[in-house]
Design a protein around this ligand. Structure first.
Ligand code: WTA
Length: 652
């Protein structure tokens, strides 16, 4: 029984509160008329077509949607260019001098780029890529820190119709090799190094290690960021400032078909092999442009918007680069850690730039909570008018803290549910219209049909839980998994039928019909807002010469949502030790990236398995969380559970 009835009651109280949109906010909101939901429902294709009409098309579309489940084609016959929509269109309308990005490096150096300057940079970079032989449909791998050259490189690809594949700069060379190989990328854009928490990360060295393992990269552009020594290979490696700096700024945007791919972004699935999620041009841009305008309520002339994510993840693609630029927003772009050099770096930046909109992850909010409300209170955050969260369920305590201590009770909070696969926001309050409930993402964005279903695929009643599905195509949806359409069908469209998208998340409908996300129902962990599959970490562990077998599970963690617990069986002749645990943790960090480093390594003589040999992760989770074990009679090797309990030596 809970020893803290008061806390439990407080939780209940928190979860039942609702927050209507503040009237001042509602009066000026971009989405201010509640009939938007009915309108979109009455003619959802017409609604999306209306959204697409906010963009500049070089050729109008013939058909809004062709839907041959599970394959969708949006705005068929239409042509446009994403970079043209994000840059040229605004410049031609007289906004060339408006700042697109106020960039700040971790050491404190700054650079502001107007829309006109950004277009010039993009034009130069695009011409350099063309000089390197990059053309329409070619894949360009981008492995850069959060510096202006990152959005520039993405937009340069978009301008000439090349497909970018951005790899988060925190990933290891191994992860880079896999992604280069899978996408068959021939060009790599990287930097000498990156700043992170006052240290430098040797990106070019990582890239060199990757290029030793794969021979695909014929040309590598290197941005000089940290100034550290790097090896440049003649004929293959080029300094960005030399090659790009010397180009003409003039590079006309290519007319792209609405369904031409814009990018590939890799995300973890339930197997060790990451999935290359493919997004296309017209539908994707329509979706992110509409959601940026209606969910973040952006006012291009006055807002200073800050999505404090990394462009290496989909949040940055959609809501740092494409959505905000297509809406002519002025954004902040920050290179480093939110708590460097001091834990109030983020608040200090909000105050100094007079940021009006802040979008971040629950894990970051919980990290800030640990330092207490004094830190945000030290800074003038009165410019903020809207707050957002993404990446994982936000617990009511964190929601309330964000609302009170960051938003001073004045700012609506949009808890936005979506995925790499969905391209843009799917479930969210509209800040001027929808009530908010701490912990609930509330309801589907207009035009989206989200249904919580039971095992049989039947919609659940209010008050019930089940699986989240999307039961209608939407413009930003992934089109396939790069090179593996069968996996696309199997992963998303087989559980409940070929026209029902299975998101992989559990969800609950409350008595009002609002949606509460309950986390993943597959073997994907959520660690500090990032998806990591158990299999990925297991493969990295068994790759170590001293490891015979490994099983990985997420266990609840108050800050990062889940922490990784690894159960390891050693090969004969090796003994468990703290040193070995540390070695294995570092091994995983080197193989995948620091994000994937297990919090605990538990050595064990055996693993609990079902008769069919499947590892019982539920049991491991119970063990890792120190819970009492459930019924273990279905175990082929039931006796080992006891022995695991007795022999497990926790390291790390
Ligand atoms: C989780 C990030 C609860 C969910 C944009 C989803 C959320 C996965 C929320 C996608 C939210 C994202 N509430 N859970 N507001 N937003 N998730 O692909 O489990 O990195 O399936 O995309 O994050 O993660 P991804």
């Amino acid at each position: 029984m809970s020893a803290e009835p008061e806390a439990a009651i407080e939780n209940l109280y928190l979860e039942q509160r609702t927050f209507p949109p503040p009237s001042e906010f509602a009066a000026q909101a971009n989405a201010a008329d509640a009939s938007i939901y009915q309108r979109a429902e009455a003619d959802w294709q017409g609604w999306w077509a209306e959204q697409a009409g906010h963009l500049r098309w070089m050729r109008g579309w013939d058909t809004v949607l062709e839907w041959t489940p599970p394959h969708a084609r949006w705005f068929v016959g239409g042509q446009l260019n994403v970079a043209d929509n994000c840059l040229d269109r605004h410049i031609e309308a007289g906004h060339g001098d408006q700042v697109a990005f106020h960039w700040e490096g971790e050491p404190g150096d700054t650079r502001s780029l107007t829309y006109a300057q950004l277009r010039d940079e993009v034009g130069r970079c695009a011409n350099a890529l063309q000089q390197l032989g990059v053309g329409k449909g070619d894949r360009v791998n981008i492995y850069l820190p959060m510096i202006p050259e990152l959005p520039v490189a993405m937009l340069a690809c978009a301008r000439i119709g090349a497909i970018h594949s951005v790899v988060f700069a925190g990933f290891s060379s191994r992860a880079l090799v896999d992604r280069i190989e899978d996408a068959d990328a021939r060009t790599l854009i990287t930097a000498d190094g990156a700043f992170r928490k006052g240290q430098t990360v040797p990106l070019k060295d990582n890239a060199d290690a990757a290029m030793q393992q794969t021979s695909r990269i014929g040309a590598c552009l290197v941005v000089q960021r940290t100034g550290e020594d790097v090896t440049m290979r003649d004929g293959r490696d080029h300094w960005y400032h030399e090659l790009v700096g010397g180009q003409s700024t003039d590079c006309p945007p290519q007319a792209m078909d609405a369904e031409d791919p814009l990018y590939i972004l890799y995300t973890s699935g339930t197997t060790g092999k990451p999935k290359g999620i493919v997004h296309t041009t017209g539908g994707y841009l329509t979706h992110v442009t509409a959601t940026t305008r209606l969910v973040f309520d952006v006012k291009p002339d006055t807002d200073v918007y800050w999505c404090a994510a990394d462009i290496g993840w989909v949040t940055g693609h959609s809501y740092i680069v494409y959505g905000p630029l297509a809406n002519r927003v002025t954004s902040l772009l920050y290179e480093g850690a939110p708590d460097h050099p001091a834990p109030d770096r983020l608040w200090e930046m909000v105050a100094r730039h007079r940021a009006t909109i802040l979008y971040t992850a629950p894990t970051a909010i919980r990290a800030f909570m640990k330092h207490g409300p004094e830190l945000p209170a030290k800074h003038d955050l009165s410019s903020l008018r809207l707050l957002g969260t993404v990446g994982e369920p936000i617990n009511p305590e964190a929601w309330t803290w964000y609302h009170q201590h960051v938003g001073a009770g004045r700012c609506p909070i949009v808890d936005t549910w979506w995925q790499t696969e969905t391209g843009g926001i799917m479930i969210t309050p509209l800040p001027g219209l929808t009530h908010a409930k701490p912990g609930s993402a509330m309801r589907a964005f207009p035009g989206i049909k989200a249904v919580v279903v039971d095992e049989q695929g039947q919609p659940v009643e209010r008050g019930q839980g089940g699986y989240l599905t999307i039961q209608r195509p939407w413009p930003g949806m992934l089109r396939t998994i790069w090179g593996d359409d069968q996996r696309y069908r199997d992963t998303y469209w087989s559980r409940f039928g070929p026209d029902v998208y299975f998101a992989g998340d559990g969800a609950k409908l409350d008595e009002d019909g609002d949606i509460w996300l309950l986390g993943r129902v597959d073997d994907v962990m959520t660690v500090a807002g990032h998806r990591i599959s158990t299999t990925e970490v297991e493969s990295a562990l068994v790759d170590h010469p001293k490891v015979a077998e490994a099983a990985v599970t997420g266990r609840q963690d108050p800050t990062t949502t889940e922490a990784i617990a690894a159960f390891v069986i050693l090969r004969a002749g090796y003994e468990p030790s703290d040193e070995l645990a540390a070695e294995l943790r570092e091994h995983v960090a080197a193989e995948i990236g620091k994000l994937a480093r297990p919090a605990n390594v538990l050595f064990t003589p055996d693993l609990p398995k079902t008769r069919s040999g499947k590892i019982m992760r539920r049991l491991l989770k119970d063990l890792a969380e120190g819970r009492e074990l459930g019924d273990v009679t279905t175990l082929a090797n039931a006796d080992i559970v006891e022995s695991i309990k007795q022999h497990t030596t926790a390291g790390g």
